[in-house]
Design a protein around this ligand. Structure first.
Ligand code: H2B
Length: 96
């Protein structure tokens, strides 16, 4: 499905709305690193996000090492950032 790619001002507004997130060097994703008490907490978070992601068909790029989860949000179908990434960032904040 085609999705509208955000303009630079729209990306700036998104970053202002989600203070913990930074723009990836290529400008096509927002990133955030989450630290948890232990692996159990980290993987529980990933499980909640994964179930939501599959439901809305928008999947994070991420990696996990013990209690650390690195997340990048981008919209492959748009070749960059879209409102789907803002919605996902908002949902992720709710699963912390
Ligand atoms: C066919 C399927 O709907 C698409 O490939 C979905 C799946 N998950 C996705 N996830 C992300 N992050 N971006 C997408 O463009 C995307 N597209």
């Amino acid at each position: 499905m085609s999705v509208h790619r955000l303009s630079e001002p729209e990306i700036a507004a998104m970053l202002a709305e989600f203070p913990g997130w930074t723009l990836r060097a290529d400008g096509h994703a927002i990133e955030r690193t989450f630290k948890f008490a232990d692996f159990n907490q980290a993987f529980g978070f990933m499980t909640r996000v994964a179930l939501y992601a599959d439901k809305v068909d928008h999947h994070p790029e991420w990696s996990n090492v013990y209690n650390t989860v690195e997340v990048a949000l981008t919209t492959h179908d748009a070749g960059g950032l879209s409102t789907r990434d803002a919605a996902m960032a908002r949902a992720i904040e709710g699963y912390l």
